[in-house]
Design a protein around this ligand. Structure first.
Ligand SMILES: Cc1cc2nc3c(=O)[nH]c(=O)nc-3n(C[C@H](O)[C@H](O)[C@H](O)COP(=O)(O)OP(=O)(O)OC[C@H]3O[C@@H](n4cnc5c(N)ncnc54)[C@H](O)[C@@H]3O)c2cc1C
Length: 447
């Protein structure tokens, strides 16, 4: 594929890149598209079912979301549900019961208030007492058949989509895109080494030759920032790679059990989930650990970590602000300890007993090879660790760089629509907003 000019080249064959290829192919007049993926298959890293929690984040069980954020995430989650309704083969979207679990008086009170506030927008969520929780998830409410000692309350539902195999969904997007676009080129084992800018196009050097593009979208996870920096963009950003590990227990839960978020802790609270690739097991996690590399289970990205961290006084100050708080400090050290073989089972069991009170350390098995990395962005201008997604869209240039930690897989179609609008506007190409809104957004505008 040497020296061919494409309208759009997408770097990264994870869920973000594949969703964009689909949206451009189906809803716009952009036809010549190339997707360049470094490894030999689609969704090999964070979008793979082994790497993430497989949750369709709808804002209903994530207590770290305020109502507005929850409504926006729900709309984007529904885009996936509508997509699934349109395809012939759905091997990616599943229904399991799901709940937020509150343990103790304080959490129960907070959950009750949240339920009232969210009731109008999430009418399917019910408040469950201990008896009802025991019907849905006996292991959560009972120890050896008797009620657990603490007061518990849950907010849950049993008939909603809650789990996604985002790896299979990535492949489905490409298959669907190919049905409407014969000019879609997916090039695997094509690592983009360098992007060069010319007057009216860009050139991408890869191991498979040079690709030319009128517009480039980089959705390469943590590596997006390095490619942006090469072109002089995003220099006020650093990447903090937060690894998430998991533990397995034999199947103890029927569905997803999320816990209440501690407002001070920046990363999602522990949860228990069915595993779509190991259905006889329950997965618990994720943990949160800073790792000095940009990809979890591949070698050789340590130097890339240092290049994208760009350690200086500002980064040190952001770390210092985080570590100053004893809750955050203890959380970081505790999560580090969750990786130490001799003690991790015992320590993790203590936290996991909040979800499954009868769980014993010996029930736990460290899930080797399971888990991924969230590329959290440090914004050096505002001196903060950004918790959500980050994009760099340079003014007047045909470039977008996306860094998508959680819930970036759930919001892939919403993000793809946002990028497609920018691409079409800048290239002067038509986009069928009406058809997209009708098929994916219940006829509404995207929030
Ligand atoms: C532990 C954990 C749990 C999570 N749980 C959830 C969840 O339950 N629900 C949810 O919605 N989200 C979840 N997330 C977040 C979600 O996994 C990510 O937001 C999503 O997978 C990001 O997709 P992506 O395509 O942007 O990035 P990735 O999946 O990381 O894909 C980037 C791709 O770019 C490729 N690439 C990199 N550099 C180059 C290059 N130079 N040239 C060519 N290709 C390149 C990589 O090989 C990779 O395939 C979780 C994340 C973690 C780590």
């Amino acid at each position: 594929m040497k020296n061919r000019m494409f309208d759009v080249v997408i770097v990264g064959g994870g869920i973000s890149g594949c969703a964009l290829a689909y949206v451009l192919s189906k809803y716009t007049d952009v036809k010549s598209i190339a997707v360049l993926e470094k490894y030999g298959s689609l969704a090999p890293l964070n979008s793979n079912a082994r790497a993430n929690s497989q949750t369709l984040h709808c804002g209903d069980i994530e207590t770290n979301y305020k109502l507005e954020k929850a409504k926006s995430v729900k709309q984007q989650a529904n885009m996936l549900v509508h997509y699934a309704e349109m395809v012939d083969k759905n091997d990616f979207l599943y229904k399991f019961p799901k709940m937020i679990l509150a343990v103790g008086d304080d959490e129960c009170e907070r959950l009750k208030k949240r339920h009232e506030e969210f009731a109008e927008d999430f009418p399917y969520m019910e408040l469950w007492d201990a008896e009802r929780i025991a019907q849905v998830e006996p292991a959560v409410a009972l120890i050896d058949g008797k009620p657990r000692p603490e007061k518990i309350l849950a907010c849950g539902c049993t008939d909603e989509y809650s789990a996604v195999n985002f790896g299979n969904l990535s492949k489905s997007f490409i298959n669907s895109a190919r049905k409407t676009n014969t000019e879609l080129n997916v090039s695997l084992s094509s690592k983009v080494e360098k992007i060069s800018q010319f007057d009216d196009h860009y050139e991408l050097q890869t191991s498979q030759g040079t690709f030319m593009a009128r517009f480039v979208v980089v959705s390469a996870g943590a590596h997006s920032l390095l490619l942006a920096n090469q072109l002089g963009h995003g220099l006020d950003m650093s990447i903090l790679p937060m690894a998430g590990s998991f533990y397995y227990v034999p199947k103890m839960l029927n569905g997803k059990v999320y816990t209440m978020q501690n407002d001070k802790l920046p990363f999602a609270a522990l949860h228990g989930d069915p595993d779509l690739i190991e259905m006889d097991k329950t997965r618990l996690g994720p943990t949160a650990l800073v790792l000095p590399k940009l990809e979890r289970y591949t070698g050789g990205t340590y130097w890339d970590f240092w290049k994208s961290l760009k350690l200086d006084g500002k980064v040190v100050r952001v770390f210092w602000e985080l570590l100053k708080d004893s809750t955050i400090r203890n959380y970081i050290f505790r999560n580090f300890a969750f990786e130490i073989p001799w003690i991790r089972q015992k320590l993790f069991a203590k936290d996991a007993q909040k979800i499954i009170p009868g769980l014993k350390p010996e029930d736990l098995e460290y899930a080797t090879g399971i888990g991924g990395l969230r590329p959290q962005v440090i914004n050096k201008t505002d001196m903060v660790l950004q918790l959500g997604e980050a994009s760099i869209v340079p003014e007047g240039e045909n470039l977008i760089f996306n860094m998508t930690p959680s819930p970036g897989a759930t919001t892939c179609l919403g993000n793809a629509y946002r990028d497609a609008q920018i691409i079409c506007e800048r290239l002067g190409i038509d986009i069928d907003n009406e058809l997209l809104s009708e098929e994916l957004l219940d006829g509404q505008a995207c929030r």
